[in-house]
Design a protein around this ligand. Structure first.
Ligand code: PLP
Length: 412
């Protein structure tokens, strides 16, 4: 009898049978408050009726129409809808299936457009597990160890971190940008550097928001040196941070934006957006893939964007994010083992620290398991796994936030 590979290590014992809104149910119909949203994917909640209806209708009409052979209406509609929310000038799009593939595509596009090879990424950043995206990922050792050599031409600069170093935001930004400037002199000359890739909030690396001055500093370096700025909005896009795009907190414009996860409420889909001139430097046949922009996923994405707009989910993410953050601060005040509460919108983290300031992975792991036992599903992250993060669907209500805070307080 075949069994699942142990490589798929499961963080909870839950066998999910169905999902509805913010809840998952196991086979005994036990209800769980799902503050993981399938790692930030089920943005409109589990099985939102409008997403279900759109997908079902599409399944009965056209499941797959490969976009280099024939075009289909769901993808045209999705492109039109994304055009309404993307930053000005990022009006050319193509599609693949996952975050990692979108990262690969963005790197490929940056190299095609500039004729340069190097990519600068950030320490603690996470961009995926494929060989190219994995090469840009420094978050933990699990993704890279034992599988090299990775894609060459990648240099890592520090990401501004206040809590870990006990710095002010200004100090952290000054340090990070100073190191980046050094790197551009010593390791990756601007002449050879195609792109800087950054997450608006360091995701798997511990839910650390990029200060607006940092993103502005990256924009400035990119402009000065003709380097492209790639914003990896795989996790932060589609309202997650309380703005439609995470980088909007900084009022900067990327050259290339990629998004995935919350885009199609659970159907595999990712998008790469850039300006017309830049995109025209990618030659046909060099990008995309067999399943990219699948018709059912695209129809689900259109419905997702409609729900996000019609139910004001970006504003809800901001409002419920503030409420959740306030609740988490109260829990942390009662439990000093939580050294830091941080994040943006509905992308929030609790960092567990020992009294002498070391990462406390044991207590974080225990609290994560205790929360699951009480019916609250959460995720861990951070280089030491000592950060418990909360990333509920954007439809979460004030009552559900309060319920989660109550369960979390018991679990810690
Ligand atoms: N980029 C970011 C910022 C992510 O958070 C992730 C996944 O967590 C990825 C890329 C990779 O996405 P995927 O797992 O869909 O390949």
């Amino acid at each position: 009898m075949a069994e699942l590979s142990p490589v798929l290590k499961q963080a909870t014992p839950v066998l999910a049978a169905r999902g509805e809104g913010v809840h998952l149910y196991d086979e005994q119909d036990r209800r769980y408050l799902d503050f993981t949203a399938g790692i930030g994917v089920t943005s409109t909640g589990h099985c939102h009726p409008r997403v279900v209806e759109a997908a079902q209708r599409q399944v009965g009409t056209l499941i797959h129409g490969q976009y280099t052979t024939v075009m289909h209406r769901p993808l045209l509609r999705l492109t039109e809808r994304l055009g309404e929310v993307l930053p000005d000038g990022l009006d050319r799009l193509f599609y693949v299936n996952s975050g990692s593939e979108a990262v690969e595509a963005a790197v490929r596009l940056a190299r095609q457009a500039t004729g340069r090879q190097n990519i600068i990424a950030f320490q603690g950043g996470f961009h995926g597990r494929t060989m190219g995206a994995g090469a840009l990922t420094s978050s933990g050792t699990k993704v890279r160890s034992g599988i090299g050599p990775m894609m060459p031409g990648v240099a890592f600069a520090p990401f501004p971190e206040t809590y870990r170093h006990g710095w002010s935001e200004t100090e952290a930004v000054r340090f990070a940008l100073g190191e980046l400037d050094q790197l551009l002199v010593t390791v990756s000359s601007p002449r050879d550097t195609a792109a800087i890739i950054v997450e608006p909030v360091l995701g798997e690396g511990g839910y650390i928001p990029a200060p607006p001055e940092f993103l502005a500093g990256l924009r400035d370096r990119a402009d000065r040196h003709g380097i492209l700025l790639i914003l990896d909005e795989v996790q932060t896009g589609v309202g997650r941070t309380g703005r439609f795009w995470g980088h909007e907190h900084a009022a900067i414009r990327p050259d290339i934006l990629i998004t995935a996860k919350g885009l199609a409420s659970g159907f595999p889909l990712s998008a790469i957006a850039a300006g017309q001139e830049l995109m025209s430097r990618a030659w046909p046949g060099s990008q995309g893939g067999t399943y990219g922009g699948n018709a059912v996923a695209a129809a689900a994405a259109v419905a997702t964007l409609d729900v996000v707009r019609d139910e004001n989910l970006v504003a809800n993410a901001a409002e419920q994010g503030s409420r959740l953050r306030e609740g988490l601060h109260k829990v942390a005040a009662e439990h000093p083992v939580i050294g830091d509460v941080r994040g943006l919108g509905l992308m929030l983290a609790n960092e567990f620290t020992t009294p002498d300031g070391q990462p406390d992975t044991t207590t974080a792991t225990r609290a994560h398991a205790a929360a699951a036992e009480r019916g609250l599903l959460l995720l861990t992250c951070g280089p030491h796994g000592n950060v418990v993060r909360m990333i509920p669907p954007l439809i979460v209500t004030a009552d559900q936030v309060d319920e989660a805070v109550g369960l979390w307080s018991q679990a810690v």
